[in-house]
Design a protein around this ligand. Structure first.
Ligand SMILES: Nc1ncnc2c1ncn2[C@@H]1O[C@H](COP(=O)(O)OP(=O)(O)O)[C@@H](O)[C@H]1O
Ligand SMILES: [Mg+2]
Length: 336
């Protein structure tokens, strides 16, 4: 069952402070006609370079921002038609775990107050009940009751991230959106948090939207992965197969840019795919594929026709002209 689904979701931020430019009133889509869903119990990974629109898409899905266009469905029902109360209740069922733990906490609040904060917005519960829920949440993330009275500055990075997750759990969500949950953690702590998330998924039947740069975490942890480039989803496939079976040249370039231990093997020193990002549709330059100016396998058609996100193999969609024949069962693929 589809827990949450977007259809043609678009977010356009108006440009500001560009009075002298001919494109002063032009708008650039941060999220551009995205149709994506998360199944109940699924972990969906979302990857892509910085600025590709991942966080914006997450905020739209959670209703923290309003879409410019498109529809959002929760369990198949169109949320755009819902009233305030119903929306508020549903929002409690979908929670965000933010990337930067320390700065997202009020330094004057104790862990108990931080974790219990979301409860204040939902219904009237007694202080006793509230404390019970908070302690239960802390226990679920491996922090005992002793942590309840501590302040953020007394905690390590890994403990703060656990507090962050505990806070997201108090409303008993069905979906947790983790926006780069590892960005401030070292390798060992990443493993620990990943293991914790896996355990919570098993115990609570959670679904995850998991935004990350860590492609090895994607292959281990995600049932499915969606690759985002310049506001659009360009590929979706099972997470475990991302390294071997990716079709889209952009996903391939992300894999090639993964930093490796030996610097001589590193293809891109910056950890980004080589080449300059192409200009956006809002700039009236590109009619074809967004990635064509950086793509090592671009063909003339790529500059003129936008490729649609299509099923190329079972459980595998890609938006790329290179694979037009694949869907028809002709296996002669260019090697890219
Ligand atoms: N509140 C905002 N106002 C204007 N532009 C924004 C805002 N939030 C994001 N953007 C722009 O939208 C694009 C996507 O950003 P974001 O969703 O943060 O990408 P990611 O999370 O993949 O790094 C970027 O070009 C960014 O500058
Ligand atoms: Mg982001």
């Amino acid at each position: 069952m589809r827990l949450i689904e977007s259809q043609g979701l678009t977010k356009i931020y108006k440009r500001e402070g560009r009075w002298f430019s001919s494109s002063a009133n032009e708008a650039m889509p941060a999220v551009d006609r995205v149709s994506l869903h998360v199944e109940k119990g699924e972990t969906l990974g979302l990857v892509g370079e910085s600025g590709s629109g991942k966080s914006t898409l997450a905020r739209l899905l959670l209703g923290l921002e309003k879409a410019t266009e498109g529809r959002l469905l929760f369990r198949g029902e169109d949320m755009t038609r819902w009233g305030f109360r119903r929306l508020r209740n549903i929002r409690g069922r979908m929670q965000m775990v933010f990337q930067n733990s320390y700065s997202s906490f009020d330094p004057l609040f104790t862990v108990e107050k931080i974790v219990g904060e979301p409860l204040s917005n939902y219904g009237n519960i007694t202080a006793r009940e509230r404390r019970r829920i908070v302690l239960e949440s802390l226990d679920m993330v491996g922090l005992g009751a002793a942590y309840a009275g501590r302040y953020p500055h007394e905690l390590s990075g890994g403990q703060l991230q656990r507090v962050n997750i505990a806070r997201a759990l108090v409303l008993q969500p069905e979906l947790l959106v983790c926006d780069e949950p590892f960005s401030s953690l070292d390798f060992k702590l990443r493993r620990q948090i990943l293991t914790l998330l896996e355990e919570l998924k098993r115990r609570l039947g959670l679904s995850y939207l998991f935004i990350t740069h860590d492609l090895s975490a994607v292959s281990r942890f995600c049932d499915r992965v969606a690759v985002m480039y310049r506001g659009q989803i360009v590929e979706t496939l099972p997470g475990a197969r991302i390294a071997e079976e990716t079709l889209h040249p952009y996903t391939r370039s992300l894999l090639d840019a993964v930093p490796v231990q030996d610097p001589r093997l590193r293809r891109s020193k910056t950890g980004r795919p080589p080449g300059e990002p192409a200009l956006l549709r809002g700039d009236n330059i590109i009619r074809g594929c967004r990635f064509c100016s950086r793509c090592p396998a671009a063909m003339p058609v790529c500059y003129t026709v936008e490729p649609a996100l299509e099923r190329k193999r079972p459980s595998h969609q890609a938006a790329c002209h290179l694979y037009a024949h694949e869907a028809e069962g002709k296996p002669n693929l260019p090697n890219c």
